[in-house]
Write a protein that binds this ligand. Structure first.
Ligand code: DAH
Length: 357
């Protein structure tokens, strides 16, 4: 038997015995790789006589082809076996309940955020956004809060160090700047809400330095106070999931609205727990009013042609009221026990048709 036939028998046996694709590849490299046994004989062809070369050349090429074919066949077999093994080990019982060991929960702020977006989307609002780091213009000036205005003190603003041009950026103290940004780039009629993070240097049971608000803005040719009242009543009924809610619109003052109103919702207290919608007590839930002509002008629109209303409310506060959560600070402590207790199922997406919460 020639050396070549012996080598062929050996290699073919190794191929047949390769237990997986990695082992098979090792056999292939040991034969056909740069330093492989077949390659070594190939290299010796140059030193042979022409007659020897004439005989050995075709034999070696035949061997190479035979090995390559055998490797291909074995690889296909191994893949088939591996697939079979996976199909057996990965089979699932589709009759089992969905994700029984679901662990994570949706944070109450995210839940309420989604609920609010759902309700206003149903009323024809779209969602607008703005940056968290704002200029003085958008956060104050354009909202009719000039530098010496007392409202600036109430905002406990986080200021950045002055830029080279002297401008001091701020962490937005409310979502109202999105009103201006929206007016600048949207042709009326405008109907938006702007949920988002806001920042004030304040911390106690009902205040955290970062919190969430949702702004609303409606501008059209003849939008009036009646529209505002209806809209906010619809929102409150939908949000608190009640057929009727007692509401009170109380005259107030905001620089960016005229007239301005704070909205209270009827409630009662039992054992330190608040019940929304009924009772003789009142709970303030939001600020609102007809957009001030100066604000419309600052947004680049003509107050003689468009008018409308705006409102702003705290998302975290809404969550506390609806879900009876007593301390705002706990919202942002990332305590797993708290999250499991107050969190929501990720599979229950809030939507009006199926129930919000
Ligand atoms: N921006 C106000 C705040 O943070 C809330 C607010 C009140 C927004 C009245 C409004 C509004 O749009 O009309 O306290």
């Amino acid at each position: 038997m020639t050396d070549i036939s012996k080598l062929e028998i050996e290699i073919m046996a190794e191929i047949a015995n390769a237990a997986d694709e990695a082992a098979l590849e090792a056999v292939r490299i040991a034969a056909l790789g740069k330093k492989g046994s077949v390659s070594a004989i190939m290299k010796s062809l140059g030193a042979m006589t022409p007659d020897e070369r004439k005989e050995m050349g075709p034999k070696l090429n035949g061997l190479k082809t035979a090995i390559t074919d055998a490797v291909g066949t074995r690889a296909a077999e191994l893949r088939e076996v591996a697939l079979e093994a996976r199909l057996v080990s990965e089979k699932i019982d589709v009759t089992l309940p969905v994700r029984p060991q679901q662990r994570g929960t949706i944070h109450p702020v995210s839940q309420v955020w989604d609920e609010v977006v759902q309700i206003f989307a149903d009323l024809g609002f779209s969602v607008a956004e703005g940056p968290h780091i704002e200029t003085d213009f958008y956060n104050f000036e354009a909202l009719n809060i000039p530098p010496e205005h007392p409202a600036r003190q109430e905002h406990d603003t986080f200021y950045f160090n002055p830029r080279e041009d002297g401008e001091r950026m701020v962490l937005r103290t409310h979502t109202s700047p999105v009103q201006i940004r929206t007016m600048e780039k949207t042709e009326p009629p405008i109907r938006i809400i702007a949920p988002g993070r806001t920042y004030r240097c304040d911390s106690d049971q009902t205040h955290t330095p970062m919190f969430h608000q949702v702004e609303g803005l409606v501008l059209d040719s003849d939008t009036h106070l009646g529209n505002l009242k209806w809209c906010l009543e619809e929102f409150c009924k939908a949000f608190f999931e009640l057929d009727e809610v007692k509401m009170r619109f109380r005259a107030s003052h905001f620089p960016f609205t005229e007239p301005s109103m704070e909205v209270d919702i009827g409630c009662s207290w039992e054992d330190g727990q608040v019940k929304i919608g009924v009772g003789d007590d009142w709970m303030e839930i939001l600020g609102s009013g007809m957009v001030h002509p100066d604000v419309i002008r600052a947004g680049g629109l003509d107050p003689d042609k468009v008018q409308g209303f705006a409102f702003g409310m705290g998302i975290d506060r809404l969550a506390m009221l609806k879900y009876g959560i007593p301390d705002l600070r706990a919202f942002f402590e990332a305590d797993l026990r708290w999250l499991r207790h107050y969190g929501f199922s990720a599979l229950n997406v809030p939507e009006l048709a199926g129930g919000l919460s």
